[in-house]
Design a protein around this ligand. Sequence first.
Ligand code: MN
Ligand code: MN
Length: 471
Amino acid sequence: MAETKSAGEKLKEKLFVNDKNGWEGSSEAEKKVILKFNDGYIDFLNTSKTERECVKTAKELAEKNGFKPLEKFKKLKAGDKVYTINRGKNIMLAVIGTESLEKGLNVVGAHIDSPRLDLKPNPLYEDTGFAYFKTHYYGGIKKYQWVTIPLAIHGVVALKNGTTVEVKIGDESDDLTFVITDLLPHMARKQMERKLADGIEGEDLNVLLGSIPYNDEKVSDKVKLNVLKILNEKYGIVEKDFLSAELEIVPAFNAKSLGFDRSMVAGYGQDDKVCAYTSLMAILETELPKKTAICILVDKEEIGSVGNTGMEARTFETFVGELLYLTGEDKTPNIIGRTFSHSKMLSADVDGAFDPIYASASERRNASYFGMGVGLNKYTGARGKSGANDANAEYVAELRKLFDDNEVRFQISELGKVDEGGGGTIAYILANKGFDVIDCGTPVLSMHSPYEVTSKFDVYMSYKAYKVFME
Ligand code: MN
Ligand code: MN
């Protein structure tokens, strides 16, 4: 017997938002595609914990997919695939479109730096039979999350002779690891009375490295000496070489599928490697777009996008300037300004997902949820939208149509309650250059922690969103 809908039911169906969980609407075949895509993402997380490693992986994948370095081109034409790398920490890729660049670019930009602990320039010391590295945290962390978890050391030591030594040690796949200790509860009465923010202090984030003294009665700092001896044998470095090193302490654990149903990804650095991977995959599969498609993977977002590898640097302008020159369009004054003012961008950065355990920090009607697709933030900022890029309504409407027409599931949200939440991304930087920009990325649980969580459905929808945008 066919059920007939009441007038109210029909009207509600027509007028209300009727979004349901994306997994429910997916066929078994679609679920398979989503899970398979995320296997690649998990591999990426495990090979690319730092910005330098991300650039390296991106370069390898780009070359496999027919991208060539900018300096290899004397001229650029539609369909050409080109990339440029800035100081090993920032890569930009472009697929030249059939239309002139001046008519506008479609840019997706993500960041590849993540919160972590950096070694101080004079890191190594010995105290009471232990050797340690001193650190200075990078980006917004909750310090208590970094003690008593396995840690790895990733990075480079630049030597005076011009060569660079790569370091990558302590990961789950290695037979050794590192840790920052914490006080046992039996002796922690005073520590436990402190506020959560002060429970572990910045100067106490010292990484435990060794405990065997060098066997010589005549020397002091025997444990430190023994550690340096090992480092010298393994990497050829001496203590002074730490002055010109960038060594990052990152969580040692591997990214994995999360849950009995394997519906989620748990892993370090998903802010913002989830958007980096998905936008990279999208541009690698882009062939002969109408508008030139660009993917930016940038460094230093977590500390304000500053410096010559961050989004505020002129590097992006220089890259687009080169593209305009090589396509032969660089003939009229201020061509780059006009190009930018016709261009569009998805600022591909993660969003804080609704967490029922911490529900009171979110406003339920304007939060992003797992399994509901890629998240749009019309604006970010804090306290009266301060510092926000606020996307223009017309641009949001255009994207709604693009995503609906191409079956990209999306949701739109704010980061936390008014006057409680807030944040920033690279969105405003390109908006300031004249782009239409909106934040568009994957919702994350436990953002900025050593083990962040995403939904595989949303990861896949982020990729799909970037792909239809660039095509
Ligand atoms: Mn981010
Ligand atoms: Mn962040």
